[in-house]
Design a protein around this ligand. Structure first.
Ligand code: PGA
Length: 251
């Protein structure tokens, strides 16, 4: 049995005070709940240390939204894996579609980040997904396959247990348009079969594959009931304690 994992990607939202309020709201809301999924929050860099302090003793884990693949050096504006570790992060989102499209991140660059994260003891939440025109052009599986193969290039099988794969159709992110549970399940099953081909049946069976794209309390239970959907990567709906908690309860 794979455990469900719900992660909140705060994106570029919440200053320090807003971050404290949101963390406190989530922690308080989970206090007397019997939660049997893993919960991760990914605030902006500026709130990570503060969040780590507030999350001490809670079940909620901390992640960042991006990182650079080099250890240190003249890379103005960038953040290293070691910096994230020292701020208290266990996870890091890599290859998010906003990084791919707005910041031109290539599969090759994302692969460097994925490997660096593993080598520094951070767990990647590695995102893949097709755009609307790719879906309409019937190349969803080809795109996802390329992203998975190139993103995981030279990643040895034992590392796979220390990562999450997130399928996030770009057309469903922040649009209110969710993939139907059947559409999502189909791609999740495809990704799992790909992991089986690239690695092994065992690796495929253990791989946690989250769905992301307009997940809300209203649609989470149905999405998460599908065989190959092992959790959710949540954007908009993770910015209010009540809606994030609603999704966690569905899981
Ligand atoms: P959304 O974002 O839930 O607002 O669609 C998901 C994501 O980008 O991870």
């Amino acid at each position: 049995m794979r455990k469900k994992i719900v992660a909140g990607n705060w994106k570029m939202h919440n200053d320090l005070q807003d971050s404290k309020n949101l963390i406190n709201g989530i922690v308080k809301g989970l206090q007397n709940e019997n939660v049997n999924c893993e919960v991760i929050v990914c605030p902006p860099y500026t709130s990570l240390s503060e969040a780590a302090g507030l999350l001490k003793g809670s079940i909620v884990k901390l992640g960042a939204q991006n990182m650079h693949f080099e250890d240190k050096g003249a890379f103005t504006g960038e953040i290293s894996a070691a910096m994230l570790k020292s701020a208290g992060c266990e996870y890091v989102i890599l290859g998010h579609s906003e990084r791919r499209t707005i910041f031109n991140e290539s599969d090759e660059l994302i692969n460097k980040k994925v490997k660096k994260a593993f080598s520094r003891g951070l767990k990647p939440i590695f995102c893949v997904g097709e755009t609307l025109s790719e879906r309409e052009g019937g190349v969803t599986n080809d795109v996802v396959k390329r992203q998975v193969i190139q993103g995981l290039m030279d990643v040895p099988e034992p590392d796979l247990t220390n990562m999450i794969l997130a399928y996030e159709p770009v057309w469903a992110i922040g649009t209110g348009k969710t993939a139907s549970p059947e559409q999502a399940q189909e791609v999740h099953a495809f990704i799992r079969s790909l992991i089986k081909d690239l690695y092994s049946e065992q690796a495929a069976g253990k791989m946690v594959i989250q769905y992301g794209g307009s997940v809300k309390p209203e649609n989470a239970a149905e999405l998460l009931s599908k065989n190959d959907i092992d959790g959710a990567l949540v954007g908009g709906a993770c910015l209010k304690p009540d809606s994030f908690l609603g999704i966690i309860k569905s899981a």
